[in-house]
Design a binder for this molecule. Structure first.
Ligand SMILES: [Zn+2]
Length: 285
């Protein structure tokens, strides 16, 4: 079994089996994670075009691009928070996908993205974004060269998030800001839903943080916490319908949904908060 990346404990306890994967819980610090160590080639295969645009598969997105409007609303809200701590400069978006976050930034920022998905990188580049294809590796970047680094729906995908956070710390300038959004597996909603919780997504999600374990890992990596909350996010009704289907392992079958209904559902954007996610902003000290 994999050891706990947060405290080093080598004897985690079984927590839950889902879709052939075993989620374990550290008996020392409580951090939950998938007992799996995927290799770079497996990850690259996982985040193919199918992950972003596939109406049939369990994981990923039915149509990531259809969600551009609601995703950019959420991104602009996060940018306003980052700008309270850092007014602009060089920013790296890790797990940038097709680049919607970078496109949401004002001219105060010079953004670069990195993503393991060749499909996402091609899409981001075609849209005019500056993007590097590959796993995040601090050696790819100049030390102390960024004013901000963002990881939206990303840290749960790292094999070793503590090591990655230390790498992010290295490439941030002193005082630079790191923004992280991830799922909160200790939330009431996650506990009530159990194995049906929509964010126990196997095998994509490798780590299941709580607000406490995420903040501990950031402090361990040399950050001070600036602000943490469970944010309201805006989603289209079309996307929410898809998530409900997928949470129960059902095929959303969007092919059969009439086009006019899909268009209407995609235009209606509502704020949602199950208080089962955590967004943290931290500063390099
Ligand atoms: Zn632990």
């Amino acid at each position: 079994m994999k050891h706990c990346v947060l405290c080093g404990n080598e004897s985690p306890l079984p927590f839950m089996e889902k879709k052939g994967g075993l989620i374990v819980r550290c008996g020392e610090c409580g951090h939950k994670y998938l007992d799996l160590q995927p290799q770079a080639a497996e990850l690259e295969a996982l985040y193919s075009e199918d992950y972003f645009v596939n109406k049939d598969c369990d994981g990923g997105y039915g149509d990531y691009f259809a969600g551009e409007r609601h995703l950019k609303i959420n991104f602009r809200r996060r940018i306003r928070i980052i700008e309270k701590f850092q007014s602009g400069g060089a920013l790296l978006d890790i797990g940038c996908g097709p680049g919607f976050f970078m496109e949401s930034l004002s001219s105060n920022w010079t953004a670069r993205g990195i993503d393991i998905s060749g499909f996402a990188c091609d899409a981001a580049a075609q849209r005019g974004n500056s993007v590097t294809r590959g796993l995040f590796d601090p050696a790819l970047f100049e030390p102390e060269s960024f004013d901000a680094v963002t990881l939206w729906n990303m840290i749960e995908h790292f094999n070793d998030p503590l090591r990655s956070l230390k790498g992010i710390h290295d490439i941030l300038k002193p005082g630079g800001v790191c923004g992280i959004y991830t799922c909160n597996a200790d939330s009431l909603f996650a506990r009530v839903c159990g194995r049906y919780w929509h964010l126990f997504i196997i095998p994509e999600h490798l780590h299941f943080f709580s607000k406490r374990t995420l903040q501990e890992m950031l402090r361990e990596s040399g950050f001070e916490i600036l602000f943490a909350h469970s944010e309201f996010l805006f989603f289209s009704l079309d996307y929410l319908v898809e998530r409900v289907y997928k949470a129960f392992g059902r095929n959303p079958d969007r092919h059969k949904r009439p086009g006019f209904l899909k268009n209407i559902l995609n235009r209606i954007v509502i704020p949602v908060n199950f208080f089962d996610t955590v967004t943290v902003y931290a500063r390099k000290i």
